[in-house]
Design a protein around this ligand. Structure first.
Ligand code: DHB
Ligand code: FE
Length: 279
């Protein structure tokens, strides 16, 4: 059976793509952010995942406001990136893992998750930038299964529902007949609000409590309604649901491999965590 080697979470601000393109990783503005990933590169060399299952939210590249699935699972052989208008380079296509995609889809539907199955899917900055942050050198060495959670258009799924989705995904990965090693990735957050009267809103105490909860009390964030999460983290900070699903997918107690928290990148509290099963 397949094995989950751990969970990785990160923010996915588009400006990161420009910094990578221009080679600004060592500049004072960027260094505290990019340095946070160095221990994770060493960890990834050690645990050698073959496949990445990636929870993220599409921002309008694949789904637009006219059709917005709450949960969508990719089932393509390949996932293409495209220009979203940020002025960052389009990345080469990412290879899929259709056998795992279909296994996940079947198990999720069996577990009463009414997902949208996507045999074609374009991946935006929320997918591509984290892959480059975790694997900066050369071609992406893992195959991928993208899973989108809607955090863009209300109504959004509850934190509890996202936790249960993550748990079901984790159980499905572990029942996949394969000897492959799987890492689960979640991208988004942490606190940020890009628009409206509270534009620029950041909530460091809440972010740090949330990050700690993923290790010592994984269901802590499920006590909050979506509106409470927006109030505490901002309209886009609610992307932290991807972190929750990722934590839920990693079985049992976890050990923190590394974490980093840096304010601000653009208008965003940029966080990163690497977790692995404790046993
Ligand atoms: C920005 C966009 C995002 O999708 C995000 O999660 C954070 C920041 C931005 O435009 O700065
Ligand atoms: Fe985002």
């Amino acid at each position: 059976m397949a094995r989950i080697v751990g969970g990785l979470t990160t923010s996915h601000v588009p400006a990161i793509g420009r910094a990578i393109d221009k080679g600004l990783q060592g500049e004072p503005y960027w260094k505290p952010f990019f340095d946070g990933f160095l221990p994770v590169h060493a960890w990834l060399k050690d645990v050698r995942p073959d496949v990445a299952v990636v929870f993220y939210n599409d921002h309008g590249l694949n789904f637009f406001l006219d059709k917005m699935p709450t949960f969508a699972v990719g089932a393509a052989a390949q996932y293409c990136n495209a220009d979203e208008g940020w002025g960052i380079p389009v990345m080469p296509p990412f290879q899929g893992e259709p056998d795992l995609s279909w296994h996940l889809i079947e198990r999720l539907v069996e577990h009463e998750f009414d997902i949208t199955t996507c045999q074609e899917m374009r991946v935006d900055h929320a997918f591509t930038l984290p892959m480059k942050l975790f694997w900066p050198e050369g071609d992406c060495p893992v195959t991928t299964v993208p899973i989108c959670i809607n955090t863009v258009q209300f109504p959004l799924p509850t934190a509890h529902r996202c936790f249960m989705l993550g748990r079901a995904v984790g159980e499905a990965i572990e029942s996949w007949e394969s000897d492959k090693r799987v890492v689960v990735i979640g991208t988004g957050g942490l606190s940020h609000q890009l628009d409206g009267q509270r534009a620029g809103f950041i909530n460091k105490p809440f972010d740090l409590r949330f990050m700690a909860s993923l290790v010592d009390d994984p269901q802590w964030a499920t006590r909050f309604s979506i509106h409470e999460l927006v109030e505490k983290t901002g309209t886009q900070g609610v992307e932290l649901l991807m972190w929750l699903a990722t934590r839920a997918a990693v079985p049992g107690p976890v050990r923190k491999v590394h974490s980093n928290y840096h304010i601000p990148i653009s208008n965003t509290a940029a966080g990163m965590m690497a977790l692995e099963p404790a046993s």
